[in-house]
Write a protein that binds this ligand. Structure first.
Ligand SMILES: [Zn+2]
Length: 522
């Protein structure tokens, strides 16, 4: 009896413990979060390093492409032996063909193998062979997958470029790199400590030396580079600038943006003269609230115009010289430089506009359950083809990069917890011609950027009208799913987004119907 009682008590205790554990698990459940990766690039101060150290940096940072090629060749010739049933490469089988072992592996010592790579590359370490093997397997498998999709004979992958090594941080990779802050050091305030002898093995050396690299460290990096989140490192040489760079990959996790506030849609119209126009559509009772945001940087735009003019004139001169058979090498160089400058200026303008818009959105985020709808002009480049289209319009269209703008915006907003389906690229066609109030197409657009509707006598700024239409289109997509899909299709990524949006946007659509009927006097 006593034993039974004790047993029962024990059971009870165990149960209680289990229960407690479960409760703990549920109570420590974290709020939903969103995670991703971003990159930080830091220049390496090679001018502070000795020539020998620079040499070593050059040697150790690249994988030996010859070894990868060899691996690929071996895989091609022994496909039957190596491939598993799921058409993936079995690593152990490949090792049995290529690598001898000095230590006893699971079964026995391997002293001879059919393709002895260690014999043909005596200076290479075991770790590098493993890295090259993984790279070769990865390339082979992706090539196979591509071939399956395309149903054509694709050419075999080649290795012409140098492939940089990727360093992983973490115990399983034996800590191949380390970042050491030294605030009092006069040479550099941040040092990258790299395990050097991973690749090149000198005879008789057992102790691995470490390579210290001084990094050009700025306050910006101080803000961005939080050492706990560093995942991988890649050392890249940029031949144009003749610089070495350390590319860190960092992971971030931010709480998911969830809001109990009223829903709102921000319609964003991307344009050529005005970088972006944003309009907020909200249902707050019977009153329409609109908040606007025009993003224009006149100085930079003027700079862009000036550069374009210069490029045009040089192109004209080039044509005439070409026609007359005169030398034009210097002009070519200048044209290249100008185009590069124009590209960098456009990039700056793009980044500026995205940042402004993100700031604007983050302010609105406090008040609304916000969705962003960006007009994406698909096929706009094909709308003015060579031969039959408008020449000047085509040139204007080609210099602006809509896709990059939207992806940048999406990327930035996910870093603030926005789910991808909150930023949707909708089809932009006809949004600038349609009246945002009565959906009529009987409209005109005057030269001063004014928009006139002949059906309801509505007068509004033309860009604003477009942005409103784009915002409305997202709501329309959410409420009237086409072709049986109960979700929104993103025109940029061709993804279908979930239904959560649908319920949330219902009050907005009702408000829209209401406002169209009752507020026609506005
Ligand atoms: Zn109208």
């Amino acid at each position: 009896m006593k034993i039974e009682k004790e047993n029962k008590q024990k059971e009870l205790k165990n149960r209680l413990k289990k229960y407690e554990k479960q409760e703990e698990a549920t109570s420590t459940l974290q709020a939903p979060s969103i995670s991703g990766y971003y990159h930080v690039k830091i220049r390496i101060k090679t001018e502070r390093m000795t020539a020998q150290e620079c040499d070593r940096l050059r040697i150790i940072t690249n994988r030996d492409t010859r070894i990868i090629k060899d691996y690929l060749r071996i895989i091609y010739h022994n496909e039957e032996k190596i491939l598993r049933n799921d058409s993936k490469v079995a690593k152990t089988q490949l090792d049995k063909l290529t690598l001898t072992t000095s230590k006893k592996t699971q079964h026995k010592l391997r002293t001879t193998v059919p393709h002895d790579l260690k014999k043909s590359y005596p200076r290479c370490s075991h770790d590098e062979f493993i890295e090259c093997r993984d790279k070769a397997i990865w390339t082979y498998e992706s090539w196979k997958a591509q071939q399956k999709q395309s149903k054509e004979d694709l050419s075999r992958p080649q290795f012409k470029k140098k492939t940089p090594r990727i360093y992983y941080k973490g115990l399983e990779h034996r800590g191949t790199f380390r970042v050491i802050p030294t605030p009092d050091n006069t040479l550099a305030k941040l040092w990258l400590d790299l395990r050097d002898s991973l690749d090149t093995k000198r005879s008789g050396r057992t102790n691995h030396k470490r390579l210290m690299l001084p990094l050009a460290y700025s306050p910006y990096h101080k803000k961005k580079l939080i050492l706990d989140n560093v995942k991988t490192l890649e050392l890249v040489y940029k031949s144009k600038e003749q610089q070495w760079c350390a590319h860190f990959t960092l992971q971030y996790t931010v709480p998911l943006y969830q809001s109990t506030q009223p829903p709102a849609v921000l319609g964003v119209d991307l344009g050529i003269k005005k970088t972006a126009v944003a309009v907020l559509l909200t249902p707050t009772g019977k009153v329409i609230m609109e908040e606007l945001c025009f993003i224009v940087n006149k100085e930079r735009q003027a700079k862009m115009w000036r550069l374009e003019k210069q490029i045009k004139s040089i192109q004209r001169e080039l044509d005439t010289r070409n026609y007359n058979g005169q030398p034009h090498k210097q002009l070519n160089v200048k044209l290249y430089q100008l185009r590069r400058r124009l590209r960098s200026v456009t990039q700056q303008e793009l980044g500026y506009a995205v940042n402004q818009l993100v700031d604007f959105i983050l302010q609105l985020k406090k008040q609304y359950n916000l969705f962003v709808s960006v007009g994406y002009p698909k096929y706009i480049r094909k709308s003015q083809p060579r031969g039959s289209g408008n020449k000047s319009l085509r040139r204007q269209l080609h210099k602006w990069c809509y896709r990059l703008f939207i992806t940048k915006l999406q990327h930035k907003l996910t870093q603030h917890g926005f789910e991808p389906h909150r930023v949707v690229a909708v089809n932009e066609s006809w949004t600038s011609q349609r009246c945002s109030k009565c959906n009529s197409l009987n409209t005109t657009r005057t030269k001063q950027g004014k928009f006139n509707c002949h059906d309801c006598n509505y007068e509004i700024n033309a860009d604003l009208n477009g942005a409103r239409n784009i915002g409305k289109r997202l709501i329309k997509y959410a409420l009237k799913p086409e072709h049986g899909y109960t979700s929104i299709r993103d025109t940029l990524t061709n993804d279908y987004h979930s239904l959560k949006l649908y319920k949330c946007l219902q009050p907005l659509s009702q408000w829209l119907k209401y406002s169209v009927k009752n507020l026609s006097s506005r």
